[in-house]
Design a protein around this ligand. Structure first.
Ligand code: MG
Length: 297
């Protein structure tokens, strides 16, 4: 597979992300798909959708789950409503992600992603052990479908996420790294976090943001790619050092008119292509000028 194929976060019904046609116009070879609503997740629809993707020459790399009742209004509301952490909705949501995993299998996709929610920083918190238990069940279901589970980053610092991954202890549990979320939620400098979590990273979002005045208490601000505090060149160089060769999926979450969104994502694609060429160029020079090594040396 090509190194770092570009992608966008896309949806097929009322879900989040750009429409497939926009992905096609942007010329990207991959998408991450926001799972469609339950009524849409049929075998028949999966086949129709796959035929459409073949026509467009687009491949799905991850199917992302989201849930009714989630709200990103402010950080405390996220903690109360998002993912598998809130206990009241946990078992129903587990069943729903299992269904989404089954739908992803119909689409031939081997990775399911989600925001697990705000994992408590204190391991003694019952929400921590409850979330560990439900994540194990979900990993095991994904395994039965030949899939990995990718947790989106940013709602907790890297060290908390590492402890959580270790506690779950499933070898099909990985990370979808989103550098902007680290800034938006005030959960740590993104490149430092990427280095800590690097061995788990199997998919990434290319998204940018500016720090809040009071990080962690109020949202940072999502901005177009290259205009925020992530540092896209440093981000890609770090992914390169970590040996990450998978898709670079642009995510632009702020709802806005489609033409503006397409124009902004188009600029993001140009930026990533320029950086890819620059970084690959550096690699070529290193190869040319590095001293030849004898066999067995
Ligand atoms: Mg993201």
């Amino acid at each position: 597979m090509e190194k770092w194929p570009l992608g966008v976060f896309a949806g097929i019904d009322a879900g989040m992300g750009v429409k497939l046609e926009v992905a096609r116009e942007l010329g990207v070879p991959t998408i991450q798909l926001h799972a469609p609503q339950r009524a849409t997740r049929t075998k028949e629809n999966a086949e129709l959708f796959l035929a459409r993707l073949r026509e467009l020459d687009i491949r799905i790399t991850v199917v992302f789950a989201g849930f009714e009742g989630e709200s990103y209004a402010d950080i405390p509301t996220v903690a109360r409503t998002v993912g598998l952490v809130p206990p009241a909705s946990r078992s129903a949501r587990l069943e729903e992600v299992k269904e989404i995993s089954d739908f992803a299998r119909l689409l031939g996709v081997d990775a399911v992603g989600l925001h697990i929610g705000c994992v408590p920083h204190d391991e003694a918190d019952p929400l921590f052990s409850g979330t560990v238990a439900v994540t194990r069940l979900l990993c095991d279901h994904c395994r039965s479908n030949g899939q990995n589970l990718h947790l989106e980053t940013g709602q907790e610092p890297a060290d908390v996420l590492l402890r959580f991954l270790g506690e779950v202890g499933r070898d099909n549990l990985f990370v979808n790294f989103d550098p902007a979320n680290m800034i938006l939620y005030g959960c740590g400098e993104p490149i430092e976090a990427l280095r800590k979590i690097g061995r788990y990273v199997r998919s990434v979002h290319c998204k940018d943001a500016k720090w809040a005045a009071r990080p962690g208490e109020e949202w940072g601000t999502e901005v177009p790619l290259g205009e925020g505090d992530v540092g896209m060149e440093n981000y890609l160089r770090t992914l390169d050092e970590l040996g990450y060769t998978g898709p670079l999926t642009i995510e632009r979450e702020i709802p806005r008119e489609p033409s503006r969104q397409k124009e902004e994502i188009g600029r993001g694609i140009r930026l990533l292509n320029e950086l890819k060429a620059k970084i690959e160029g550096v690699e070529v020079r290193v190869q040319i000028f590095s001293a030849p090594r004898g066999r067995g040396g």
